[in-house]
Design a protein around this ligand. Structure first.
Ligand code: CUA
Length: 151
């Protein structure tokens, strides 16, 4: 008789434990960090804003720059930005993790498949800037770059 009681207690403990683990897994799966919007890497070109990559004016001297990264290039790979413009970058990767660094600026972030990575920068001075992948992504990593003209 006593054995059955202990067995029942053991069973209830097990169920309680599994329920707790399940709830925690569910909660962490739901709670994506803020600023990390999801995007299906398989359908990047069909998912806004990536269905229309490039520079889009969204306000007075304010722009959104949408870029797709993929081994081993950027889409688009040449962008012209008006001097003084504030640019909101929205980028993602179609395959592996790439880096997104604009040499000579503070822009330096990762492009992670499945996420929209965002940052904002104001280009106060005219010039030519190089966008580089600074995250090793394969044999063509050193070739992965794009050009940004501020004029
Ligand atoms: Cu992409 Cu290194």
């Amino acid at each position: 008789k006593l054995e059955k009681v202990w067995l029942a207690i053991g069973f209830i403990t097990l169920v309680a434990f599994l329920t707790t683990v399940g709830i925690q897994a569910f909660a962490s799966g739901q709670g994506a960090p803020s600023g990390l919007t999801k995007v299906d890497p398989e359908n990047v070109e069909e998912t806004p804003p990536f269905d229309d990559p490039g520079l889009h004016q969204i306000g007075e001297n304010e722009y959104e720059l949408v870029m797709i990264l993929q081994s081993y290039g950027f889409t688009p790979n040449e962008v012209t930005i008006p001097e003084g413009a504030t640019v909101h970058f929205k980028i993602t990767s179609k395959d592996v993790v790439h880096g997104f660094e604009i040499a000579g600026t503070t822009v330096n972030m990762m492009a992670t498949p499945g996420h929209v990575n965002e940052t904002t920068y104001t280009f106060d001075e005219a010039g030519s800037f190089l966008i580089l992948c600074n995250e090793y992504c394969g044999t063509g990593h050193h070739l992965m770059s794009a050009e940004l003209e501020v004029e």
